[in-house]
Write a protein that binds this ligand. Structure first.
Ligand code: F6P
Length: 326
């Protein structure tokens, strides 16, 4: 049994729907197990500046359905410097915080890993990002909600694409990963997805044209993952305008709409299970691991693997997309 009395929670990096459900789950599971809880505002920034507030069960009432994060979030450059981490550790000592739960994406868990190595602090991470790009968990908190938001938005764009007989390139987020683009494309019945994982292997635009992706249709939707590698939706549209000027092309960049909104049931349940598992892990003396769920089972994934290993896309999905878009 670990020697922990007080757990600090923070959210860091891009917000993701379900972060509040995770904050609630961590807080209530900790209190249920007799631990004190402190909420740290604005991610690592708040750990450096000492924005720390004691949390009781009612601090997390009525938040499970809310998007964003009640703890606020930030991308913190100071924490990348040794001085920043030293100040953060002093805040922990002053506030009596013995362990941390960090909810965020790969940048946030990279910071957690470094901090844990330098100061011997027990830290458990929860994968909170719409990008779904953390190795060791089937899905991340926020991914399912973002996918549903993409689906609703693209369904609307389809009306215009069909009415005007246009080709639409729709850019979705994902950092450098194509999970949102690929699964979004399947969910909306798109003609194709352009994703960074495939960009180095084939010219995806050439493939699309070669396969006659508009043969049997008079409108087309192509989801493009944001990334330097794909060139984004604008890059694709510029190429089509130059190389295939007979197409009537339009671009929509969905942007931050994808990060907002009330979490889906899937994300709420994921966050509840992972939040409770984070406290179990700390009590079992686990440290420097991310909580994952694989095949419906909770797993502890060392930070080194979660952030360093590339999560593979399921290539069968590319084939399904190709078959169903004839
Ligand atoms: O990691 C989440 C994410 O939304 C990425 O998909 C995107 O590339 C990035 O954050 C955008 O970050 P910001 O909101 O800081 O511009």
């Amino acid at each position: 049994m670990a020697n922990i009395n007080c757990v600090g929670i923070l959210t860091s990096g891009g917000d993701a729907p379900g972060m509040n459900a995770a904050i609630r789950a961590v807080t209530r599971s900790a209190i249920y197990n007799g631990l004190e809880v402190k909420g740290i505002y604005r991610g690592y920034k708040g750990l450096i500046t000492g924005e720390v507030v004691p949390f009781k069960t009612n601090n997390v009432s009525n938040i499970i359905q809310q998007g964003g994060t009640i703890l606020k979030t930030a991308r913190c450059d100071e924490f990348k410097e040794p001085d920043g981490r030293q100040t953060a550790f002093e805040t922990m000592k002053r506030e009596g915080i013995d362990a941390l739960v960090v909810i965020g994406g790969d940048g946030s868990l990279t910071g957690a890993r470094l901090f844990a190595q330098e100061y011997d602090v027990p830290i458990v991470g929860l994968p909170g990002t719409i990008d779904n790009d953390l190795y060791g968990t089937d899905t991340t908190i926020g991914y399912d909600t973002a996918l549903n938001t993409i689906m609703e938005a693209v369904d609307k764009i389809r009306d215009t694409a069909t009415s005007h007989e246009r080709l639409f390139f729709i850019e979705v987020m994902g950092h450098d990963a194509g999970f949102l683009a690929l699964n979004g494309a399947i969910a909306v019945g798109a003609e194709a997805a352009i994703i960074p994982e495939i960009s180095t292997e084939v010219d995806q635009l050439e493939e699309l044209i070669k396969n006659g992706f508009r043969k049997s249709k008079n409108s087309s939707i192509v989801l493009v993952a944001e990334s330097e590698v794909t060139g984004g939706a604008m890059g694709m549209a510029d190429r089509v305008k130059k190389e295939y000027p007979n197409y009537d092309v339009r671009v929509t960049i969905l942007g931050h709409i994808q990060r907002g909104g009330s979490p889906t049931a899937h994300d709420r349940i994921l966050a509840c299970r992972m939040g409770a598992a984070a406290i179990d892990a700390l009590l079992e003396d686990q440290r420097n691991v991310m909580i994952g769920i694989q095949n419906d089972t909770i797993v502890y994934v060392p930070f080194s693997k979660a952030i360093k290993m590339d999560k593979p896309i399921n290539r069968d999905l590319l084939n399904i997309l190709r078959i169903l878009s004839i």
